[in-house]
Design a binder for this molecule. Structure first.
Ligand code: SAM
Ligand code: SF4
Length: 279
């Protein structure tokens, strides 16, 4: 279960929600800008989150301000240092991942971002996504050029064997080619009001109030099945999580080589090193 937003830490009951999810044996994840982070969150993060994604798109404070509207890159970096130290002391299993949205503002910074994330901030993993032009009112102004995408792909591929980069080689290689089929039913998206968003956040064709009907009943309805199947071949947003979750349903080679050998094992080793204080 992934908590995203908006900013999940605006919710005062976030830890209550995630702890409930954990008690149901769900794998728990959050994506945050860490603006509302407090030191006393660390223990609760270690206890409740399997995956902790921090958005960080640049090494330059002025670019951070331009992208996000507030000048707080340095404070976010200090928060990341505190979190990494705290998790290491607790020997927590939580994976801390830098989430980088690649745009025309940061494509040529990718090399510096990788080194900042691993060597300076000592984070566990990094994950890249190309900006989705439909994800936000100004996103179209941020679309990177072909040259920028090619530079970004080359840097990531060159660093893949050195650091636990959480994108598969298959995803990086197909970037810009839209070589996947989505199957949007794989990711059940529910908004802050408790509505199911069908088929996904980006297309938002229908909203169904789950306070009035059970998800399992909605799931069986022909009408909903039809909408999901209408988009089963959609390849519009090209997000890594979407493409990779599709491949992992039907491609055993992808699961064993790209996913297990290429991402999971290097990540486990890095978290072990963090907890031993040797990363
Ligand atoms: C929408 S944010 C929500 C969580 C939190 N407020 C944050 O800033 O991390 C989740 C992730 O989506 C990324 N994102 C925002 N707009 C995007 C777009 N148009 N395409 C792809 N990713 C996008 C953000 O950079 C962030 O890593
Ligand atoms: S590929 Fe299409 S259906 Fe799937 S998440 Fe992206 S926009 Fe939605």
């Amino acid at each position: 279960m992934t908590f995203s937003g908006g900013e999940p830490f605006i919710r005062k009951d976030l830890f209550e929600l995630v702890s409930h999810a954990k008690s149901l044996d769900l794998v728990t994840m959050v994506i945050t800008n860490m603006n509302l982070f407090k030191k006393d969150h660390i223990e609760k993060i270690a206890e409740n989150f399997d995956f902790f994604g921090v958005s960080i798109d640049t090494i330059r404070p002025e670019v951070y301000k331009e992208i996000r509207g507030i000048d707080c890159l340095e404070r976010i970096k200090q928060n990341i240092h505190k979190l990494m130290d705290g998790l290491s002391k607790l020997k927590a299993q939580t994976e801390v991942c830098a989430m980088v949205t690649v745009s025309n503002k940061n494509a040529y910074e990718i090399h510096e971002i990788i080194h900042m994330v691993f060597d300076e901030l000592k984070m566990d993993t990094i994950s890249f996504n190309l900006i989705d032009p439909n994800g936000g009112s100004t996103a179209k102004e941020f679309i990177p050029t072909h040259e920028q995408i090619n530079y970004f792909k080359k840097v990531v591929v060159d660093h893949k064997s050195l650091y636990p980069i959480s994108n598969s080689t298959q995803y990086i290689n197909q970037l810009g080619n839209f070589d996947y089929k989505c199957n949007p039913w794989k990711c059940v998206q529910i908004d802050h009001k408790g509505c199911l968003i069908v088929p996904c956040l980006f297309l938002d064709e229908k909203k169904i109030k789950l306070r009035k009907q059970r998800l399992s009943d909605v799931w069986k309805s022909k009408h909903i099945k039809n909408i999901y199947s209408q988009y089963s071949n959609c390849k519009m947003c090209n997000l890594g999580c979407v493409a990779e979750s599709a491949w992992s349903t039907y491609d055993l080679n992808f699961i064993i080589n790209d996913s297990f050998r290429g991402i999971i094992i290097p990540t486990i080793k890095r978290i072990r090193a963090r907890n031993k204080g040797t990363s």
